[in-house]
Design a binder for this molecule. Sequence first.
Ligand code: SF4
Ligand code: SF4
Length: 196
Amino acid sequence: MREYLKNTWLGIWTVLVGMKITFKHLFIPAVTIQYPDVKVPLPERVRNRLYVNMDDCIGCDQCARACPVNCITIETVKGLPTDDLGITSNGKKKALWVTKFDIDFAKCCYCQLCVFPCPTECIYMTDIYEFSEFKRNDLHYNFSTLSTDEGEEKKLNWEKFQAEKEAQKAAAAKQKAEKPAPEKKESTDKSKSAGE
Ligand code: SF4
Ligand code: SF4
């Protein structure tokens, strides 16, 4: 009987010791949060997902050249003299159509080096840090506002414009070459009179 009581007490004591920390936390404020319903405030210099405001992008390629992992791909086409591409919010005139502006976030190391050289401050870090995907390709973001067809159209227009310009140049050069040289009558007369 004595042994039985001793074992019972030992069982109770063991549970009490095991639950000591649990009981303690019933009376102190929680250190955990109910993520994702509750989120901790972000620090001031946080590095998250990038965003590109294409209305202000002039296609200068400086961000892509600054990127240490080459995860920014930009393609541009020159605008025609008749095209109105508008101006950026800091007053820069746009001259290039940005037909492709892709960032591969699977490669991005969030160094922010692309942000600093941008002359129009149109590429910047957002406060979005939850953008995991099941497929790696889904981390490939396309920021260009032009569709593939529109990009091709701009390219063709520029090529056509260049071809027309070259043709005009060639025609002008041909016309110049075919034009008969002016007669040197006056100079001949002068030399005659000098001989007399
Ligand atoms: S944050 Fe760094 S790695 Fe990511 S796109 Fe910008 S320069 Fe490239
Ligand atoms: S540096 Fe800025 S303006 Fe130039 S291509 Fe990059 S995002 Fe566009």
